[in-house]
Ligand binder design. Structure first.
Ligand SMILES: Nc1nc2c(ncn2[C@@H]2O[C@H](COP(=O)(O)OP(=O)(O)OP(=O)(O)O)[C@@H](O)[C@H]2O)c(=O)[nH]1
Ligand SMILES: [Mg+2]
Length: 330
């Protein structure tokens, strides 16, 4: 049976042949399907168009998924990666904007953050990478959110004191993470086993400015006293002390130390950022951090710092402490 294709259909088919990408092809195919004369003679052709549409939709969907999962590929920068985790509206984006130069969208409605936003927070001369994440939810949460949480050295957990039940929120939040094999309670590690990841965290009880905010914070803290560390904040009445406290807690719980280096015979350049090392690292570790060649050519170092070291001569084994100044001789 003749197909009796119309000029309009043939034009749509031409569009399909000339389409530059899958999206254009899909548009043209949909047009072709709408314009094709519907009778027995075109049944095979109709089926063919429908199959092509289905295949293209599938391929476009998987391309879109790959793109979303790419969102977790954020290169690590600074001394540590800290992710902001919490339910919608708890203040994560407000926090990022207050402690870094980033400009994440803040809104009174939930789910305003859809993709991760990154900023660098300066604390004590070092930089922490802060990632503002889309909120957690009992509904679907995109996998990149958990991938970014897993790749973090520390989590700031935001608790909204203005919700009906902040304590329940905390329980649910922990369950959502546990479901993804992420633990916030150290004591849970033994119970759940090795394929769970424990990540250090600080719980920020936000919005203490609201009526009875302090009282609510008190109750939450009392209830979870054994399990988590809390800190009360109001991002509407932000204080620089918050940043100081939070930065120090992160720094200390990650067992980091800052070590300054100076050139032999020269004064310390105050503006030079310190090297960030782990507690327990020695002068040899510092050399390796600077360059392998420095480690290999190392003769001795001089160290200033507490307990009163006034340029004492040391070897690679010398244990470093936070704030020490080191002069390496090669
Ligand atoms: N009263 C009060 N409101 C706050 C405080 N911090 C944030 N808010 C408000 O809470 C709302 C949500 O703030 P966001 O910073 O967008 O919260 P979020 O956690 O990023 O929200 P999502 O992106 O949806 O996950 C905004 O209207 C803020 O102005 C606070 O300390 N006190
Ligand atoms: Mg947000």
């Amino acid at each position: 049976m003749p197909a009796n294709l119309t000029p309009q259909y043939l034009r749509a088919e031409e569009k399909y042949k000339k389409a530059r990408d899958d999206a254009e092809k899909l548009e043209a195919l949909k047009e072709m399907l709408a314009l094709i004369p519907k009778h027995k003679g075109t049944e095979k052709l109709q089926a063919d168009i429908k199959r092509k549409i289905a295949n293209l939709r599938e391929s476009l969907k998987s391309k879109k998924n790959i793109k979303r999962s790419d969102l977790s590929r954020i290169p690590k920068e600074g001394a540590a990666r800290i992710s902001l985790v919490g339910f919608p509206n708890s203040g994560k984006s407000s926090f990022l904007n207050l402690v870094t130069k980033a400009k994440s969208k803040v809104a009174p409605f939930p789910f305003s953050t859809r993709v991760p936003e990154v900023g660098m927070m300066n604390w004590g001369g070092i930089q922490f990478q802060i990632i503002d994440l889309p909120p957690l939810s009992t509904e679907y949460v995109e996998p990149f959110v958990f991938n970014l949480i897993r790749s973090s050295d520390f989590l700031l957990i935001f608790v909204d004191l203005s919700t009906l039940a902040p304590m329940e929120d905390i329980e649910v939040l922990c369950d959502i993470l546990k479901d993804k094999k992420i633990l916030l309670k150290k004591e849970d590690v033994q119970e759940f086993g090795d394929n769970f990841l424990y990540i250090k965290s600080l719980f920020l009880l936000n919005k203490v400015d609201i009526e009875e905010g302090e009282e609510s914070a008190e109750v939450v803290e009392e209830f979870f006293r054994e399990s988590f560390e809390f800190y009360r904040i109001s991002l509407h009445e932000f204080k620089i002390d918050y940043k100081e406290f939070i930065g120090k807690r992160i720094f200390e719980s990650l067992d980091l130390i800052r070590v300054f280096t100076k050139e032999p015979g020269r004064k310390l350049v105050e503006s030079d950022p310190p090297f960030v090392l782990k507690r327990g690292d020695n002068v040899g570790d510092l050399c390796l951090k600077i360059h392998k060649e420095i480690f290999e050519k190392f003769k001795f170092a001089r160290v200033w710092g507490n307990p009163p070291y006034d340029g004492i001569k040391v070897t690679k084994d010398f244990l470093l402490e936070d704030g020490m100044i080191v002069e390496i001789h090669i």
